[in-house]
Design a binder for this molecule. Structure first.
Ligand SMILES: [Zn+2]
Length: 418
């Protein structure tokens, strides 16, 4: 690309390629037909932005929910708190979260939460403090590499933010604008059982991309449409907490952390390891992976601090109740946030992603709004995104970004061939 290239990354998670078609989303459909594009393989996580921006996976940037720590012995007051019903401690924690939203994971019962180090990059943090994306786990991101004058990140949650975005984006002077439009993914999590409503929003998003692309063209900026995953409708939920409660294994012999799509375990006795593993093998619609098997799906930790054994819900299923669920907090969210309204009636997700990767819901795509490029491969990894952006801008990726740029200038390829 010429030295004065400018890029606008329009990041729309959840815009599932299986539902992109000529009728619902004619513009994105046509971009996929006649512009350079590549399929994108996600990792089994709902937090993909840190990997996209740093070019290294969770094994390095460490954004992987929680790790286990040696919690201090319980004080006499701690012993009393640990005897309280879980509902009492989680509700108190949720109220504390209302006052101070850095009090994360407030729906996790106190006796388990005190055993965790937190390694999360919530969207609320990205929204209020975009600088937290400069360096993640000690790895610099593409934003830091380009510097604050040349590159910027903006988080947009509401559909109204998209409309406003069409009056301000692309921003003048930026070589890289990276804008995350999160609203559609959030909406899909709670409405994927109502396909007519999803299609209506998809049609809006399609028109938005069309108008944004035109604004980029007018400003001499190249658009990249980035979708890093889709979503699968949820058919049933699995009550793993009940299974564990009935296991007969005392709760102080193991620790677990239950996300919507996966539960991870650490065992403190062989009895707990053997009994619970056997029990999990019999739970329908789940798949077990130990921490070494997770390396094959892009989650490479050297030890078991971030999880010893993982139980994944298969696509179309989730765990419920999970560690983000508190009945009162759920009602509060259902009432106060219009994107989450269906929570009020039923707290179970309607669509989800972040399960094991062998499924189309865990696949996204990248489209380059400039036809003068060739694509180096059919499918890219999340870690290829950072070097791809930097190479389009004529910049050398940082040493830790070991992925491969996937777009090459067509004229160069033709020259090589001749
Ligand atoms: Zn999501």
């Amino acid at each position: 690309m010429p030295a004065d290239t400018k890029l606008f990354v329009c990041y729309i998670p959840g815009l599932d390629r299986r539902r992109v078609d000529e009728q619902t989303t004619p513009y994105v459909h046509s971009l996929l037909q006649d512009h350079p594009s590549c399929r994108l393989q996600a990792i089994p996580s709902t937090e993909l932005t840190p990997t996209l921006l740093t070019g290294v996976g969770p094994g390095k940037n460490k954004v992987w929910q929680v790790s286990i720590k040696d919690a201090a012995p319980l004080s006499p007051i701690g012993k009393l708190i640990s005897l309280l019903p879980e509902m009492v401690t989680t509700t108190a924690q949720c109220f504390m979260h209302l006052i101070d939203n850095t009090n994360d994971l407030s729906a996790v019962p106190w006796w388990r939460r005190r055993q965790f180090n937190l390694h999360r990059m919530k969207y609320t943090r990205r929204e209020t403090d975009p600088n937290c994306l400069d360096e993640i786990g000690g790895y610099s991101s593409i934003l830091k590499q380009l510097g604050p004058d040349d590159a910027g990140y903006v988080f947009c949650k509401r559909f109204a933010d998209m409309e406003h975005g069409l009056t301000v984006f692309p921003r003048e002077g930026k070589r890289l604008d990276f804008v995350e439009f999160y609203g559609f993914d959030l909406y899909s999590h709670w409405h994927l059982d109502q396909m007519d409503m999803i299609k209506e929003k998809m049609a809006y998003v399609d028109g938005f991309v069309k108008r944004l692309h035109q604004r980029c063209k007018d400003a001499g900026v190249t658009l990249i449409l980035l979708v890093d995953h889709g979503q699968e409708p949820i058919r049933s939920s699995i009550n793993l907490k009940k299974v564990l409660k009935n296991s007969g294994v005392p709760r102080d012999e193991y620790v677990y952390f239950c996300e919507v799509s996966a539960v991870r375990f650490w065992f403190k006795t062989d009895r707990a390891r053997t009994r619970i593993t056997k029990l999990l093998e019999g739970v329908d619609n789940t798949t077990l992976k130990d921490h070494k098997q997770m390396h094959k799906v892009g989650i490479c930790f050297d030890d078991i601090r971030f999880g010893e054994l993982y139980c994944f819900a298969n696509h179309g299923h989730t765990f419920f109740p999970h560690d983000f669920y508190n009945p009162l907090a759920n009602l509060f969210l259902g009432i106060t946030d219009s994107l989450l309204r269906p929570r009020f009636f039923n707290a179970r997700h309607r669509g989800n992603h972040g399960h094991l990767p062998d499924h189309p819901a865990e696949e996204g795509y990248l489209i380059l709004g400039d036809q003068g490029y060739d694509v180096a491969g059919e499918k890219m990894e999340l870690t290829d995104f950072a070097p791809t952006v930097l190479s389009l801008l004529g910049e050398k990726p940082a040493a830790h970004m070991t992925g491969t740029p996937i777009f090459t200038q067509a004229s160069l390829t033709q020259q090589k061939a001749s």
